[in-house]
Ligand binder design. Structure first.
Ligand code: NAD
Length: 272
């Protein structure tokens, strides 16, 4: 296995730059996929209470001896200070690991208006020690500014939709100024992004697949990535990206794919 890069979070912990995303994998299949991913070289897994597969994720990790960085996320039903503490307890029990590496607020859920109190609960949980790092997901600059202003605690990570058709340049600049690591969800644009002729050309030039080019672009852009696949050959393909490099021309060409309307998931400003 080629050495994989990691990113240092603003709390001093390290996070592998590539991990497996397990959204939509049934719980009873997740342990198998997680073990296959670990065997293929993955050292991080991204799950969430919403995905219903924290138990399978934990079982897969426990079946191997490698140290795996695990992320989970708090869903809407568990927003609020006390509810968030209880929601974390449930995730912790289901995973069945000694600690959770990273725990995120899954969305701001603006209508609830409880993300600040929920964030305070995560701050408390980090002090207690069962979670090492805390962060958010799908937060805009406004949401980030609010929790930083109200609590003084800067999230270690903001996990956001990010792929060549939706590059989030402004939000990434805010993250960089505030030492927040960006994790790209749907890094392959759920597969659709891979059809771009520009990517096919770059892929051909390097003797790689379009998926590998896109994942390499995230890595070289300083982002962390959590591509999803359940197929062993794609698990292997998606992590075989540390033996080539894109050049400035490739980056410029991928830069042109960014579109204002390129979002494929919900808009965090309205997601209820
Ligand atoms: P993705 O961009 O990772 O795309 C996955 C799909 O792309 C697969 O289902 C498969 O159809 C295809 N694919 C994978 N590898 C391929 C390859 N090598 N060649 C061709 N096609 C390939 O999209 P995703 O699953 O939506 O996102 C990845 C992870 O991000 C999720 O599993 C989850 O962990 C996380 N996520 C988080 C949020 C959030 O709100 N925080 C939202 C969505 C997803």
């Amino acid at each position: 296995m080629t050495d994989q890069p990691s990113l240092t979070l603003n709390d001093g912990h390290n996070m592998p730059q590539i991990g497996l995303g397990v959204y939509q994998i049934p719980d009873d299949d997740t342990a198998r996929v997680v073990q296959a991913a670990i065997d293929a070289g993955y050292r991080a897994v991204d799950t969430a209470a919403l995905y219903g597969n924290e138990a399978g994720t934990g079982a897969g990790i426990r079946a191997r001896t490698e140290t795996i960085f695990v992320t989970s996320k708090l869903w809407r039903d568990d927003f609020g200070y006390d509810a968030a503490l209880r929601g974390f307890d449930r995730s912790f029990e289901k995973l069945g690991l000694e600690w959770i590496d990273l725990f995120l607020l899954h969305w701001p859920f603006v209508e609830l208006d409880q993300f600040v109190e929920s964030w305070r609960a995560l701050v408390r949980l980090q002090q207690d020690g069962r979670v090492r790092s805390i962060g958010v997901s799908n937060f805009t600059i406004d949401h980030l500014e609010r929790i930083i202003h109200d609590t003084g605690v800067v999230p270690a990570v903001n996990q956001i939709e990010l792929h060549p058709s939706f590059q989030q340049v402004e939000l990434r600049a805010f993250h960089d100024e505030n030492r927040i690591v960006t994790t790209s969800w749907s890094p392959l644009g759920q597969g659709a992004a891979l059809e771009e002729p520009v990517l096919a050309r770059i892929a051909e030039k390097h003797g790689k697949s379009p998926a590998q080019v896109v994942l390499r672009w995230h890595i070289e852009s300083g982002l962390s990535v959590i591509p999803k696949s359940t197929r062993p050959e794609r698990l292997a393909e998606n992590i075989a990206i540390f033996d080539f490099a894109l050049d400035a021309e490739d980056h410029a060409a991928i830069g042109t794919l960014d579109r204002r309307d390129g979002r494929i998931g919900p808009d965090p400003r309205t997601m209820a």
